[in-house]
Design a protein around this ligand. Structure first.
Ligand code: MN
Ligand code: MN
Length: 468
């Protein structure tokens, strides 16, 4: 066989792993850049799960979705949503096939690693006022000092009044920060392990330094409470019933001379929320009922009544069955056993600076398209939801038929670490599930990096799955 023939044979037999940009036309490239703009806008007004749900509700309503509570009955083509305690959301478009044939579900999560305020956050030390925090999710604590932070969330008073807080995002707003030691005096600190460099109890947010003008103790704390009382009508005790989250006060921005990437906070997993939600907006009259999940609490184990482990999702699907008028005993279980799902969550991309933790044949790469994980887990696949080969083939077929760039990967080398998503929770119901999302650099850091191409391929993949 001559060289040319051998090259041909190689092309036919090898799994061609190619940079996705190479095969994109100029028109496709401009679509990719344009779509990313919409994503960055969405990100810049939604940094917390509550804000994601509010923004997503707006998008859904503009596209004809109605609150399921306002629908007496449902028929093919109807579009509904359900919002669970302002933090998680389910959307559905009723399919033309009988619903017992199963649902096509795509699920992502809206919560991201962050710092929460403690229930009793406010104190004064050496004429500084601080908020004490408790970190949420997997973070490297040292990354959260010396960056601008914004406060987002709610304070709920006993009379039911809910005060929405968002301070630090507008350029006119003040921001907040957590201080760190100067290198000149950090000899001892610099010898510590990275996990101990910043103590969890030292993640204290600096929030003020002017004393109240009166002869009392704790004047700086008093001054802060006076400001909060004037502005929001709250007292210190109202902070007991608040959910205030500290997030990086940095906008999501286009990155690189070639504008090929996006840097921003919380892309795990809001990038999959946006791409799946906007894909759903393109769907009319699907064959199978299309369901979109925006879940909460994934970063801390999916527990609680807004997490994926709660039964609220089952209740939503039961409501669909009731309002379509087909419900009967055990139908819900049957629907789940016939359902298919893409667990839309981000994947760790290979970072050439830290390539020693990745195995090159089984890593996701930025710019090679949507990343699928057949399984996650740690060590001997412990805790993994492992997609069946039959289902992987089905998903591959959809992606290949639609010329969507994709890659199948693992999260790092064997025994180096591991992780999980909401996939296993849905798989436990009998649904065929595979993890399928956008590769990320600096995942879980205050400023994560993704590729615009992968974002766009995820969007196309989700739409194709719902159309299948
Ligand atoms: Mn995630
Ligand atoms: Mn995560």
């Amino acid at each position: 066989m001559d060289k040319k023939e051998a090259e041909e044979l190689k092309k036919r037999l090898f799994n061609q792993k190619e940079n996705g940009w190479k095969s994109k036309s100029e028109e496709e490239k401009s679509n990719i850049l344009e779509y990313a703009k919409g994503y960055m806008n969405y990100m810049n007004c939604s940094k917390t799960e509550r804000e994601i749900v509010a923004s997503s509700k707006k998008i859904a309503e503009q596209n004809g979705f109605q609150n399921i509570a306002n629908c007496q009955e449902l028929k093919a083509g109807d579009k509904v949503y359900y919002i669970n305690r302002e933090k998680s959301m389910y959307l559905a478009i009723i399919g033309e096939e009988p619903i017992e044939n199963g649902l096509n579900i795509i699920g992502a999560h809206a919560d991201s690693p962050r710092l929460d305020l403690k229930p009793n956050p406010l104190y004064e030390d050496t004429e500084f006022a601080y908020f004490k925090t408790h970190y949420y999710g997997g973070i490297k604590k040292y990354q959260w000092t010396t960056i601008p932070l914004a406060i987002h969330g709610v304070i709920v008073k006993t009379n039911g009044e809910k005060i929405n807080i968002c301070i630090g995002e507008d350029l006119e707003d003040p921001i907040f920060t957590i201080t760190d030691l100067l290198p000149h005096l950090a000899q001892d600190q610099m010898k510590k392990k990275a996990t101990e460099v910043i103590d969890g109890e030292d993640l204290n947010l600096l929030i003020g330094s002017i004393p109240f003008e009166a002869d009392v103790s704790e004047k700086v704390k008093l001054n802060i409470l006076h400001i909060l009382n004037e502005k929001y009508g709250v007292t210190e005790v109202d902070l007991l019933s608040s959910e205030l989250e500290l997030v990086p006060a940095m906008p999501c921005r286009s990155m690189g001379f070639d504008n090929s990437m996006i840097a921003g906070y919380g892309q795990d997993d809001k990038i999959c929320v946006y791409s799946s939600l906007t894909a759903l907006m393109n769907i009319e009259n699907p064959k199978r009922t299309a369901v979109c999940i925006i879940s909460d609490k994934e970063e801390i184990g999916s527990m609680g009544n807004t997490g994926m482990e709660s039964h609220v999702f089952d209740t939503f699907v039961s409501e669909l069955l009731n309002k379509i008028g087909v419900n009967r005993p055990n139908l819900l279980e049957k629907v789940f056993c016939n359902s298919k799902m893409l667990s839309a969550d981000v994947d760790a991309a290979l970072d050439p600076i830290y390539s020693s933790v990745s195995e090159r044949n089984n890593s996701s790469y930025l710019g090679r398209g949507i990343g699928l994980n057949k399984y996650t887990g740690a060590r001997g696949k412990s805790g993994a939801s492992d997609a069946n080969a039959e289902f992987v083939a089905e998903v591959r077929k959809i992606l290949e038929q639609n010329h969507i760039a994709y890659q199948i990967a693992e999260l790092g080398k064997v025994d180096v670490g591991g992780g999980g998503t909401i996939a296993y929770i849905l798989a436990n119901k009998g649904i065929d599930v595979i993890d399928c999302g956008v590769p990320v650099l600096s995942m879980h850091s205050p400023y994560e990096v993704t590729s615009k191409l992968d974002l766009y391929e995820a969007y196309r993949a989700y739409e194709a799955f719902w159309r299948s």
